[in-house]
Design a protein around this ligand. Structure first.
Ligand code: 8YV
Length: 315
């Protein structure tokens, strides 16, 4: 069988997954095999598949330079950075990696919220700096038990996050397009109403134009100084300028963030705030999950190459 030429914008997770991709396909990897521009000039006219990540995506200009493109395989669940309209116009199918990362991303939401309220990061710095012995303990934290978690976007990741937080004794409130038919979780019919009612707003919705700056100054005001924000979804969902202003002015009580508007840039105005926990977009970043995501990318590419139905096509 002739090898299937593909352009990959990023290596796939654990190295054995990338080795598998290299052995089964004619993989042209940006960085390793040349710059994007060099590879586009060299093989852009032949490649039939593009491998990208949730963060990198594929813009219209790139898709348009791949005239034989048939499939875009995204190593990530979020496809908001892929120009789906242009892909469809070019007849290119898009696949992503849902389900396999749900648990890790939901776990991280809980860990971030716990780290924020129990002052884990602050305590770590305190110990390392010798302040425990010098100055005594750090201030008291807050327990999760009894707080109201507001889940903004109750899809797979939102639901898994809610289940975990419920196990910590939190009350679950949520907003999505329509309420769940049978649930003891409380439905709020707007993001503002959710922000007003909850203690911790957990952003779990998809990115993209429909949710761009959904969490704006109005929502942050509705949260108020006793409440916090956790974002494990996409940086674009939160108006970062408004968030920084609210945090600096004490307009909200704190934030734990895994995603940012212009990754890997993070506003320096957050660095000296004690009530902020920052993570470098690690929601799915475990060996186990990255292996499962890489395997799913491979399986989708194999299915396409062999003329079988794609496993996880984005509809
Ligand atoms: C990954 C993600 O960080 O799934 C997504 O949409 O943002 C993350 O899981 C990314 O796609 C892999 O680099």
């Amino acid at each position: 069988m002739s090898k299937f030429p593909l352009l990959s914008l990023s290596p796939l997770g654990p190295s054995d997954i990338q080795e598998q991709l290299d052995s089964e396909f004619e993989c042209h990897l940006v960085g390793r095999d040349g710059s994007l521009e060099e590879l586009l000039e060299r093989v852009g006219g032949q490649v039939t598949a593009l491998v990208t990540t949730g963060g990198r995506g594929a813009e219209a200009e790139l898709i348009e330079r791949l005239p034989k493109l048939q499939v875009i395989a995204c190593y990530g669940v979020g496809v908001d950075a892929i120009d789906l309209v242009t892909a469809a116009r070019h007849g290119a199918a898009v696949t992503n990696t849902p389900d396999v990362l749900t648990d890790d991303v939901a776990d991280l939401a809980v860990f971030l919220l716990g780290a924020l309220h129990r002052l884990i990061v602050r305590g770590d710095s305190w110990v390392r700096a010798g302040e425990w012995a010098r100055s005594g303990g750090i201030p008291l934290g807050r327990c999760l038990r009894g707080r109201r978690a507001g889940i903004l976007g109750l899809g797979r990741i939102g639901e898994a996050t809610a289940q975990r937080l419920e196990a910590f004794g939190m009350e679950i409130l949520y907003h999505k397009r329509s309420p769940l038919p049978d649930s003891n979780w409380s439905y709020l019919d707007s993001p503002v109403a959710l922000a007003e009612q909850c203690d911790d707003l957990i952003v779990c919705c998809s990115g993209g134009s429909a949710t761009h700056h959904l969490v704006d100054e109005k929502i942050l005001n509705a949260l108020g100084p006793e409440s916090t924000l956790v974002n494990i979804a996409r940086g674009s969902v939160v108006d970062e300028t408004a968030l920084v202003a609210a945090l600096r002015a004490g307009g909200i009580g704190g934030a734990a963030l895994d995603v940012f508007e212009n990754e890997p840039e993070v506003p320096e105005a957050l660095f000296d705030l004690d009530n902020v926990v920052l993570a470098p977009h690690i929601g799915s970043a475990t060996w186990e999950t990255r292996r499962a995501m890489g395997t799913l990318v491979l399986d989708n590419l194999r299915a396409h190459r062999d003329g079988r139905k794609l496993l996880t096509a984005v509809e």
